[in-house]
Design a binder for this molecule. Sequence first.
Ligand SMILES: [Mn+2]
Length: 568
Amino acid sequence: MSCRRNLNLLRVCAIILLGEITAFLSVDYRFSIALVPVLILIFIADTLKTLKDTRRKTPSLPDEEKTREKAETLSQIEEPATNVEEERLVMAYIQVDNFDEIMSVCQDENRPELLARIDKIITQWVQKYNGFIRKYESDKFVAVFSKKELDRVEEDKFSILEEIKELKVGPAIMVTLSIGIAYGQNTVLETSRMALNALELCLGRGGDQIVIKAGGKTQFFGGKTREMEKYSRVRARVISHALRDLIEESDAVMTLGHVFMDMDALGAGAGIVTAAKGLGKPGYILLSPEQSPSVESLMSLLLEDEELCKVFIKEEAALDKMTKKTLVVVADTHRPSFCLSQKILQRAEKIVVIDHHRRGEEFIDNAFLVYLEPYASSTSEMVTEMLEYMGEEVKLSPLAATALLSGIAVDTGHFSFKTGVRTFEAASYLRRMGADPTMVFKLFQEDMETVNARAEVVKRAKVHFGHIAISYYLEKPKNPSLSAAQAANSLLEIKGINASFVLVPTDEGISISARSLGDVNVQRVLEKLGGGGHMTVAGAQLKNTGIKEALEKLQAAILEYMKEGETA
Ligand SMILES: [Mn+2]
């Protein structure tokens, strides 16, 4: 550089000297004298500049010169200029989703082989794309490759997700991966953070997928299998932190329950609103247009509270308040058509889904964060766990804790069904926060008429196969689905009964509610009638059907199920 500078200087000097000589010899010597200081000035300025540049280790050149030099260097190695983009650093964090489960299922002697096969598939995949990979924990890897190779990976449609699934452990469990990828950040550290962030998003969405974050855009690939059957606290913590970030980025949080809101949806709502308040954001719970009777008691309790009564909001007002930055939390359902407000769901830009129902076909697929945990007893249980991890600012009031406890109580039949270790842990946390179990009991008290109607249903019950009770309501009760569910629970209180089905007339036809102690899979029975649910709690709707016809169909379905059981 200084070489070229000196050459330039010489050239300038030569031209001026030439001018000087010409002027001196021919025209006017005064003109030549005037040129002398100019020559000296140029010389001094340039020497000073050269000195300054050499003192600095990285000399700053004019932009024009920089580009020319870059072009010269590039032409020297004969590569196109687009290489910079192609050679961009891409970071990937790879994690085996269900490592603990796989290891616990896999027999001791087979473990080393399984581990080696997992390692091999992942390592070979990265090496195929000329990447670098390091394992930093038994189930975690970090890899680096170039952007050009990432394009190839994308062309390949991320076949590794399928390839790894071929590693089956036992008859049912397969290995799945979550991969978080990022590029295009200013520093390697930022890229790494972004990739970790992508991995968390992957895990939060149920694993078995790839999330790529770059240039403010997030892309999703894979995730075709059923939700990961994993229920470790790690996930609750990760989701809790992700939710916390989303709440902090938002201007308000709006909780959206499902139609015919129950205590679980309402309790979860009270929990989310508490989280929002703790993080300094206004929180709202959308009120259903037609108030569901099953939450009346809890609702009136919450409305008595000075703070909580302000969080309930009607659809119109909610739509007015909504901005692009409003976070909408859908609780206790993942089906868009079940949501309390379609308008809010459509307008929402940032959606979080928290639900404990088994994933169905219909799904809110534009959600930012999905926490779907079919192994949890209730959405209230899931929200309680998340609140525990949310941070010190978030503190449950005794009333909100009671609301959450009643949510768990309603979905577990007072801690009898779907109740795991963590259900009690959540309940214990709520109790510590001041939840009142007697208040929960009172919330479930019913009027005389309802109790009598249910007693009639129990009286009418017929027992099939010695352990399955079936009964029905003759007339549509005030709240059909709730009454049927409660009657089905009552039937299970009878000695020797393992499963119960209660039919109830509705406006559209007949609704069936089923409960089981576990020996009979009521989900499979009611699936035959177009219904669904869980193994121990299920329901179905038969349109344009009368009681008699519905009873016949149900008995046929049970018979079919029993036959399958014999052959299976
Ligand atoms: Mn629920």
